[in-house]
Design a protein around this ligand. Structure first.
Ligand code: ATP
Ligand code: MG
Length: 420
């Protein structure tokens, strides 16, 4: 193993590709920030019980994928595998739900950790942007979140994604369905692990990717036939609202998602260019989670979009984000005196809010101009001894190639004017 290798299942974000990641985080969060969601940041680790209780003892995340550790003081911690439980815990701790302003709308962005089998689009360290709306049961809120995720993906130029939508019922109707499903599943020809899953989380069996399992599930009882009237009406309202917004979705009655806490509205964003790791994001309503972690009843809804897979989706669709050059002016000094003088101009430009960079290390004109080109700067400033003696610098427009001598004292003002 090379000394310079990132741990298995992880990778580094380095320029220039890292700029795309930043732009994706920005694009996903922009519609949230414009819709009353406030930024929240929680620790990278939590007490392990938060996830064991919240995410669900029987989920893959808790049984197989969680990074847990014992501290020197003997506490059991887990690197956060997802955001919702942490955000809800933090909202409860800060009593945000008691400020008389429900729903509490929050957005976050960060790193998450799961001990998974690494493959394309599946990593042990990955990045999500998420949103949670805590404390209100209102189909408009579910619709808002789906519409905002759709808006985020569209603003990035993504088109080949689909929205899968389902309702998982509530604490009235879900248990009845669960039992009917268990009765059906127990008669099937399934392996030991799947049999165990029937007893703890039977809905998850519907999500099994294996063809021989799927074949046996054709006649499985459908949740839709068990939804209570309240859940049915709620779901119809969500569907009508997102339809009215022009957001296209597919009803997918097999959609269950990996976390135990979901109720009613559940949805997933899938991208058809990604192969088997096709989910770019997902979410839903989690009306029971607050009570599961020891809080009051706070019906809530949220989603998390995977930044890594969104970037892969952009690449799969061949979408090039229109990222503006980060440097507007590049300074190329020729000689000691020019270094000091031009560095002064660069500092002045930066203080005026103009992105400027500098040819460091006393390089020759040719190499420095190459760097200027690579920086994407619109203008270069070149100065040698003779220019300084005349009190000027050479200002070159990198688009037209046109070069003009500008008095040194006016260089910054001239650039500010030209760059508008
Ligand atoms: P999957 O079915 O692919 O395992 P999931 O249901 O575990 O996804 P969530 O917990 O809902 O995913 O997380 C939301 C999003 O985070 C996913 O849609 C995906 O884009 C991203 N994500 C989840 N796990 C990983 C991972 N190991 N590597 C990269 N992205 C991930
Ligand atoms: Mg998973």
């Amino acid at each position: 193993m090379s000394t310079f290798q990132a741990p298995k299942g992880t990778y580094d974000l380095t320029p220039p590709r890292s700029a795309t990641f930043l732009a994706v985080r920005e694009a996903i969060s922009a519609p949230l920030r414009d819709s009353g969601y406030g930024y929240i940041e929680t620790p990278g680790f939590e007490n392990v019980e938060l996830f064991a209780r919240g995410v669900g003892e029987s989920t893959d995340i808790v049984t197989k994928e969680m990074y847990t550790l014992t501290t020197k003081g003997g506490s059991q911690l887990a690197l956060r595998p997802e955001g919702t439980a942490s955000v809800l815990r933090a909202a409860l701790e800060a009593n945000l739900h008691k400020a008389g302003n429900l729903p509490v709308k929050l957005w976050y962005s960060g790193s998450y950790y799961r001990y998974e089998r690494p493959q394309a689009g599946r990593y042990r360290h990955f990045s999500q942007v998420g949103a949670e709306a805590i404390g209100t049961e209102d189909p408009v809120l579910d619709a808002e979140l789906i519409i905002l995720a759709d808006q985020a993906y569209r603003s990035l130029g993504l088109r080949q994604f689909r929205i899968l939508l389902n309702s998982l019922g509530d604490k009235e109707c879900r248990p009845v369905y669960r039992e009917a499903l268990q009765t059906f599943l127990r008669d099937l020809d399934l392996d030991e692990e799947t049999r165990r899953r029937i007893e703890i989380n039977p809905l998850r069996v519907l999500d099994d990717k294996r063809a021989d399992v799927q074949k046996q599930l054709t006649d499985a009882p459908k949740l839709r036939d068990y939804l209570c009237d309240a859940c049915k009406a709620y779901h119809e309202e969500v569907r009508a609202l997102i339809t009215a917004a022009g957001v296209v979705f597919e009803d997918d009655e097999k959609l269950v998602r990996g976390l135990d806490y979901y109720t009613r509205t559940t949805f997933e964003f899938v991208h058809d260019g990604l192969g088997s790791q096709s989910a770019v994001g997902g979410g839903g309503r989690y009306d029971g989670l607050s009570e599961m972690i020891g809080g009051p009843e706070l019906p809530s809804v949220g989603w998390a979009l995977g930044v890594d897979r969104t970037v892969l989706a952009l690449e799969a669709e061949g979408v090039e984000l229109d990222l503006p050059a980060t440097t507007s002016v590049y300074a190329v000094p020729l000689g000691e005196e020019a270094r000091r003088v031009l560095f002064g101009v660069v500092t002045e430009l930066r203080r005026a809010g103009i992105a400027a960079d500098f040819a460091f290390g006393g390089r020759g004109l040719k190499g420095a101009m190459k760097s200027a080109n690579r920086s994407g700067a619109r203008y270069t400033l070149v100065a040698g001894e003779r220019d300084l003696a005349e009190g000027v610098v050479q200002l070159k427009d990198m688009e037209s190639g046109e070069q003009t001598a500008v008095p040194l004292t006016e260089a910054a003002a001239e650039l500010a004017k030209r760059l508008g």
